[in-house]
Design a protein around this ligand. Structure first.
Ligand SMILES: [Zn+2]
Length: 196
């Protein structure tokens, strides 16, 4: 455990608290240069955030990939989604498979049923209804990475340009694949094996 409380300024501590993070989530990497020098060490020690050299705007709080979380607080959400555990699932509708994630620690039937309901509301995901959850796994960590890897493995089956309306917005179905259930199952299992 690095003791960061003496290093952090009052403003930094206030920011950390306001974002729902904790000072113990941060490790001091000042003087180590760019993220390529510290990323792997930080990850191995189980930290998601660092106190590093100043960004161009004079901030020191970054993700372990070196993205300033004060300049763009969305980096906190990306970092959390990438690193935390949760549920990865496969849903099917006709000849289409959807591989998605739920960044919620509880892999309860309620959470899955709610997501299935969302997929079938307002015209349905990808403009289709009849989505059914067929399989889900609990992933301890790196949920976003497992998802990206599964999507990469299924890339050749990706249904491109399938836009649809949702809440009066035109959206693109990024998680839609025209493949067999077995191919989707294999991709998710492979992604968990290589990522975790
Ligand atoms: Zn910054």
């Amino acid at each position: 455990m690095s003791n960061t409380t003496n290093i952090l300024t009052t403003e930094e501590k206030a920011f950390i608290k306001a974002q729902g993070l904790d000072t113990s989530d941060f490790i001091d990497v000042r003087g180590m240069g760019g993220p390529k020098n510290y990323h792997d060490m930080v990850k191995a020690k189980g930290y998601m955030y660092v106190i590093s050299n100043y960004c161009t705007q004079g901030h020191r709080l970054k993700t372990r990939s070196g993205r300033c979380i004060i300049c763009d607080t969305r980096n906190i959400a990306f970092q959390k989604r990438d690193s935390i555990g949760g549920t990865i699932y496969i849903a099917i509708s006709g000849k289409y498979c959807k591989v998605g994630i739920i960044d919620n620690k509880r892999n309860s039937q309620d959470v899955l049923s709610h997501r299935e309901f969302q997929m079938n509301s307002e015209g349905g995901y990808g403009g289709r209804e009849g989505w059914k959850m067929i399989k889900s796994w609990n992933v301890e960590r790196d949920l976003g990475k497992v998802e990206r890897e599964a999507h990469r493995l299924l890339a050749k089956y990706k249904v491109d340009g399938k836009s649809y309306m949702y809440s009066y917005e035109r959206r693109n179905a990024q998680e839609l694949f025209e493949c067999s259930i077995q191919e989707a199952l294999d991709a998710v299992k492979q992604a968990m094996k290589t990522t975790l």
